[in-house]
Write a protein that binds this ligand. Structure first.
Ligand SMILES: NC(=O)c1ccc[n+]([C@@H]2O[C@H](COP(=O)([O-])OP(=O)(O)OC[C@H]3O[C@@H](n4cnc5c(N)ncnc54)[C@H](OP(=O)(O)O)[C@@H]3O)[C@@H](O)[C@H]2O)c1
Length: 355
């Protein structure tokens, strides 16, 4: 638009309307800042900040995850959790590109996590896998890259079905995979590195040879699985923790669900706490992690629930609520990893979880 056209347009807007428009713009900008300021953060050793609520993207379908990411960024989310195996990084990348080109956010204002899949655990496979995620996400660097599981498949295998398709710890020790993660960090491809689904003994194993200490463990965590010991171990070793499946991961495929799973969203005690705070059950479950200084990444592709989940930051649980939630009495793991074990696998559940 040229100067003359602008002047003609301004001429059509009366002085008062112009002032109102400008005030509206300032208020909108201020509100945007306020939304972001309400967020709470965890701080990495180098001072980088992790927004405590992020958007999960596992099971977010093609055709849905693009809108979900844009809704989330518009609502004020600045942390998006991705992974190569979610098979939707390309669409997430399109949403990032749109958000950047529309000026909704700048790259440096968002925190993006991705994860190394089990088929790229050899040293030489780590960087190509990370670079592929970067290509799909249309980014130059990640904020955080995680070893997704302490389980290794041969390169090119999507999901190992036979004994031959697995690598054992003897074939590819975790220290080798960690060395690949360190190399990715040293090359500036990711700002931080860590892992997911690692128990205390696996973490200790990595710590022994690590030149760069792991900074994050992303684990299933909610009132049915509070992970007190593992959280304590991570924090005392300088690691941050992120809670996945905070709402019970109800949209998992039936084949990876157990019969009669207990429901977090229908739990009477959680409902009572939600009623007390005049908020939703989902918000109590998300606030549960925040009150323990743990980041949390609820997944949603529904615009209303995306906003609702972000607003959990304002739910102020008290000591009685936290005591009740931490001692809820139901002990249950939704993502139990049994899909990696069995007669055709060299791995057992004891490779994953502490007894
Ligand atoms: N590192 C790992 O191994 C690992 C494993 C699992 C998950 N994760 C990460 O953690 C994220 C979250 O875990 P998750 O996807 O397993 O499950 P989740 O976040 O516990 O639950 C997602 C389900 O809850 C629904 N939902 C969302 N907000 C809700 C609300 N306020 N009230 C009621 N229902 C609500 C969603 O439906 P709608 O979409 O229709 O709202 C969806 O069905 C994943 O997406 C992924 O990014 C990582």
């Amino acid at each position: 638009m040229g100067n003359e056209q602008i002047q003609e347009l301004l001429g059509k807007i009366s002085g008062r309307r112009l002032v109102n428009t400008l005030i509206g713009l300032i208020i909108r900008r201020f509100k945007k800042d306020l939304k972001i300021k309400k967020m709470k953060y965890l701080t990495f050793k180098n001072g980088d900040q992790l927004p405590m609520i992020g958007l999960g993207t596992w099971k977010s379908k093609p055709g849905e995850v693009y809108d979900a990411v844009l809704w989330a960024l518009s609502a004020g989310y600045r942390h998006i959790d991705c992974a190569a195996i979610y098979d939707n990084e390309k669409e997430v990348g399109k949403a990032f590109e749109k958000a950047f080109s529309d000026g909704l956010v700048k790259r440096e204002e968002i925190f993006v996590t991705s994860k190394l899949w089990n088929n790229s655990h050899r040293f030489e496979d780590v960087i190509p896998a990370l670079k592929n995620s970067l290509l799909e996400l249309r980014l130059n660097y990640l904020d955080l890259y995680l070893i997704h599981w302490p389980i290794a498949f041969k390169n090119g295998v999507g999901f190992a079905q036979t004994r031959e398709e697995f690598f054992t710890y003897k074939d590819v020790p975790l220290s080798q995979t960690w060395a690949g993660m360190e190399e990715a960090h040293n090359q500036g491809l990711t700002k931080h590195i860590g892992m997911s689904n690692f128990n205390i003994s696996k973490l200790e194993e990595v710590f022994e040879s690590a030149e760069i200490k792991p900074e994050m463990n992303q684990i299933e965590l909610h009132p049915f699985l509070p992970q007190k010991k593992l959280v304590e171990f991570c924090k005392s070793n300088g690691m941050l923790v992120t809670a996945y499946s905070p709402l019970g991961s109800g949209d998992r495929a039936a084949r990876i669900k157990k019969e009669n799973e207990p429901s977090l969203l229908e739990n009477d005690m959680v409902r009572a706490i939600a009623d007390k705070h005049n908020c939703t059950v989902g918000q109590v479950l998300i606030a549960f992690s925040i009150h323990r200084d743990i980041a949390v990444i609820p997944k949603s592709t529904n615009e209303g629930r995306i906003k609702e989940n972000l607003a959990s930051i304002q739910v102020d649980l008290d000591a009685d609520d936290m005591k009740a939630l931490l001692n809820i009495g139901t002990d249950f793991r939704y993502i139990d990893g049994s899909f990696f074990t069995g007669t055709k696998s060299p791995y057992t559940l004891s490779d994953l979880w502490e007894k």
